[in-house]
Design a binder for this molecule. Structure first.
Ligand code: XUL
Ligand code: CO
Length: 439
């Protein structure tokens, strides 16, 4: 593939080790290195988010685009989309990343009519398929943009107007088709506008039933066409809506179970969405994982001083370590991966900044993986956990958990045995243990 859009970047980013000072080299991500039972590439399954990296313009609510991207120059929308796809594949190859993710409207422009939009998408999917075959780069997931077009201002699946719900359904059908055609390993539903601004005009129960019906239709269609990818829901509490129905992992899991959808979905957990919901990233991962539903990750970070979705590249080693501990404990993400749903800052205007950002994110997770593996291999953490719950292995603990004892038996037992003796949680000791590995 010609070096057209990133001429200042070599054909591949090398691994040079932690002492390297080369900003265009990996210090920790060594894709073929074996960690435990898999290579780093197999553990981490990194993906580039098409929307931020190739479509991002640097504009924000207060200012005009600040990025000057060679691939966004043509006045013809289809030519622009083709150039963007070429730039994307040049970027993936040079970076040495295995996967990418897109929304339908990222890779192909919306047309005057729905039929034209479908045609545009098919054209670009054809080109993407060729580029995937030539390079071996794969689609981690596809999704539909059901939030940008003004018709979705009051929701897509949850719109009060059934005409809009039908349009969203038609669009999702095509986005699933596109993902299927490209061998996508998952398909994501992020309900950006599936929520409400005011309860004064909102029948919450009705809207949630609409959403459930919408997802059931998608499940039926998936089965019909034989699409084998995993369906994922990506929780977020708010933004752009004031309140989003898929608020966090727990809310989403309840919704899925209540509507008979739990068997067909897993969760795609985004770090910055977790913090917006008032949780830590690892909390959301742990809740999803405990339910056997942690399917994939949107790897980024927020800014604790800002109350919105800043979508920064992950650099915090505590965060990547805790995330990788949960992922390793559940034996990986299956068909999922670590998708950098992150954007360079508005002032990081050069194309090469996109490389620095991804290299940093990949190194942060590679380092998190190495540290997490060492922590999990340290018997003291597992021993402490084992010991902490040991009282459930026999005696009253076992009886309570196996229904041999209820409230009355507990009363008798307490009368005989007296009050429990408090035990230390050892939190500071454990924090010190983690710090002894973070280096
Ligand atoms: C928005 C967000 C989306 C989803 C895909 O906050 O995270 O980009 O990942 O629609
Ligand atoms: Co996301």
């Amino acid at each position: 593939m010609p070096s057209k859009y990133f001429p200042e970047v070599p054909n591949s980013i090398p691994f040079e080790g932690r002492d390297s000072k080369n900003p265009l080299a990996f210090k920790f991500y060594d894709k073929a290195k074996i960690v435990g039972d898999k290579t780093m590439a197999e553990h981490l399954r990194f993906s580039v988010a098409y929307w931020h990296t190739f479509m991002g313009s640097g504009s924000d609510m207060f200012g005009a685009p600040s990025f000057n991207r060679a691939w966004r120059k043509s006045n013809d929308p289809l030519d622009r989309a083709r150039a963007t796809l070429e730039a994307a594949f040049e970027f993936f190859q040079k970076l040495g990343i295995g996967y990418y993710c897109f929304h339908d409207r990222d890779i192909a422009p919306e047309g005057e009519s729905f039929a034209q939009s479908c045609k545009n998408l098919e054209t670009l999917v054809g080109l993407a398929k060729t580029l995937q075959q030539e390079t071996g780069i794969k689609l981690l997931w596809g999704t539909a943009n059901l939030f940008s077009n003004p018709m979705y201002a009051q929701g897509a699946a949850t719109n009060p107007d059934a005409h809009v719900m039908a349009h969203a359904a038609a669009q999702v059908k095509h986005a699933i088709d596109a993902t299927h055609e490209l061998g996508g390993e998952n398909y994501v539903f992020w309900g950006g506008r599936e929520g409400y601004e005011t309860l004064l005009n909102t029948d919450l129960k009705h809207e949630q039933e609409q959403m459930a019906r919408f997802l059931h239709m998608a499940v039926e269609y998936k089965r019909k066409i034989g699409f084998k990818g995993q369906f994922l829901i990506e929780p977020k509490p708010a933004e752009p809506t004031k309140h989003q129905y898929d608020f966090d992992s727990a809310t989403t899991l309840y919704f899925l179970q209540h509507h008979g959808l739990l068997d067909y979905f897993k969760l795609n957990i985004e770090a910055n969405h977790a913090t917006l919901a008032g949780h830590s990233f690892e909390h959301e991962l742990a809740v999803a994982s405990a339910a056997g539903k942690l399917g994939s990750v949107d790897a980024n970070r927020g800014d604790m001083l800002l109350g919105w979705d800043t979508d920064q590249f992950p650099t915090d080693l505590y965060s990547t370590t805790f995330a990788m501990m949960i992922i390793l404990k559940q034996n990986g993400l299956g068909t999922g991966g670590l998708n950098f749903d992150a954007k360079v800052r508005r002032s990081s205007i050069d194309p090469v900044d996109l490389f620095y950002a991804h290299i940093g994110g990949m190194d942060a997770f590679a380092r998190g993986l190495l540290i997490a593996r060492k922590i999990l291999d340290d018997p003291s953490l597992a021993a402490l956990m084992e010991e902490r719950y040991a009282s459930y292995k026999s005696g009253i603990g076992l009886q309570l958990m196996t229904r041999k004892a209820g409230l009355e038996e507990a009363e008798q037992w307490i009368l005989r045995n007296g009050n429990p003796v408090p035990r230390s949680s050892r939190q500071e000791m454990l924090e010190n243990l983690i710090n002894s590995y973070i280096q």
